[in-house]
Design a protein around this ligand. Structure first.
Ligand SMILES: *Cc1c(COP(=O)(O)O)cnc(C)c1O
Length: 412
């Protein structure tokens, strides 16, 4: 994007006043204390690169936390969203639109839910999980209401009260208790699951790879065993694919690596390439649980967001970005393993969702050093680095990553 267009995009805002860090004090004063003051203010992007307000360029290997699947300013997304906002941006759920129906059909296809599948649209990941939690409450058993829900320790499912109840991180939960009841967190082991499950369990919530916990893989065979046990006890298996879905791991959805069929999948981040969206996709009998009026959202499924979703999915298909994620993910892991640094431990994850375990707790220092070298990566905790680049990365970006990450490591 040209600088003239940048001025135009930033509209009436006088950006000059905020150069050289002058934006930081007003940020600290006016934005809620839930957010730490960020390290940089960004003003434009193109492909896998972004620029800050002082004109410095960065290679973006975080993609807004696995959101910008097509990178920044992708022509397919820009033209679709521009055309849609020029006609119908929003219509309310008293009306349908072609883009809403098209995206629902596409989601049924790529998840494998097929003709028995249904889609409920919302605006974020937390909302998708909130809907799945409500769905679980409707799953009645032989003794009537099922009172228990299982989720995993150290999991992340969102920040609203319901999704927070599912989240397995006590420091996030405790200030907001009491949370919606009945959720029990268990260790991410087959043994713990076998010990905890019974006929009073309404649902089991699982992230196939725990992104927020530092990109932690589940133990081998966990999802298959979870499928068997939930089936046996009539519990719903809900797979949270908010971070792992939409091609990121080298399949459309991470659960597809394990060959299982879940009862519900939640999707958000990468689905509309940066336009807010979330969706709950149900399979089989789980599609019949909600009845008319039991859930809804004013913005959910609006033509702007669903047009963005269709554009993203169509481009992923056209350019085989699922295949690219698988291939580039392998190359990226190889590049990381080739660094002869005592700091680098296990390399985790799948496709283009990669975790680097650090041998000491220096993850924030390393991500700051990378930023200084023009590379955006992320430290979800002190011992892990997370990489989630746009699915469009190619040779040039990987070469650039190698160089900038190497410089960051050397600078520590
Ligand atoms: C990001 C994320 C969420 C929450 O999504 P929001 O859009 O931030 O509400 C839930 N689950 C997982 C696995 C996530 O990565």
């Amino acid at each position: 994007m040209s600088e003239a267009l940048e001025e135009n995009v930033n509209g009436q805002i006088d950006t000059a006043q905020w150069r050289d860090g002058a934006w930081k004090a007003p940020f600290g004063e006016s934005i809620m204390r839930t957010l730490a003051t960020p390290k940089r203010m960004l003003v434009r992007g193109e492909g896998c690169r972004v620029w800050d307000i002082d004109g410095r360029e960065y290679l973006d290997f975080l993609a807004g936390i696995a959101v910008n699947a097509l990178g920044h300013g992708h022509p397919a997304l820009v033209s679709a969203v521009s055309a849609q906002i020029g006609t119908l941006a929003h219509v309310s759920n008293y009306f349908s639109t072609p883009s809403q129906l098209e995206l629902a059909q596409r989601l049924r296809t790529i998840t494998g839910a097929g003709e028995g599948g249904r889609v409920l649209f919302g605006n974020s990941g937390a909302e998708a999980n909130e809907a799945a939690f409500k769905l679980a409450r409707l799953n009645r058993g032989p003794h009537g209401r099922r009172t228990r829900v299982l989720a995993l320790h150290n999991s992340f499912h969102g920040r609203t009260m319901g999704s927070l109840a599912l989240t397995g991180k006590p420091p996030m939960r405790e200030p907001f208790e009491p949370l919606p009841g009945g959720v029990q967190h268990i260790d991410s082991t087959i043994h713990a699951l076998e010990a905890a499950i019974d006929d009073r369990v309404a649902a089991l919530f699982v992230e196939p790879i725990k992104g927020e916990a530092g990109v932690l893989d589940l133990p081998a065979g966990f999802l298959q065993r979870a499928r068997e046990l939930t089936e046996q006890h009539g519990a719903l298996l809900v797979v949270d694919e908010i971070q792992t879905g939409i091609g990121r791991t080298g399949k459309w959805f991470a659960f597809q690596h394990d060959g299982i069929v879940p009862d519900a999948v939640t999707v958000a981040k990468g689905l509309a390439g940066g336009v807010p969206i979330g969706a709950l996709v149900t399979f089989g009998r789980a599609s019949d649980l909600f009845t008319q009026g039991q859930h809804g959202s004013t913005f959910g499924g609006n033509p702007l967001a669903t047009t963005a979703g269709n554009a993203v999915l169509a481009e992923i298909e056209r350019a085989d970005l699922v295949g690219n994620a698988a291939r580039r993910g392998k190359e990226l892991k190889q590049i990381i393993r080739e660094f002869d640094s005592p700091l680098i431990g296990a390399v985790r994850g799948h496709g283009l969702l990669i975790g680097i375990g650090l041998t000491d707790g220096e993850a924030h220092r390393l991500s700051d050093a990378a930023l200084d070298q023009g590379l955006i990566i992320n430290a979800p905790n002190e011992s892990s680095i997370r990489l989630a680049p746009p699915l469009i990365v190619g040779d040039a970006e990987l070469a650039d990553f190698r160089e900038r990450f190497g410089r960051a490591l050397a600078s520590l």
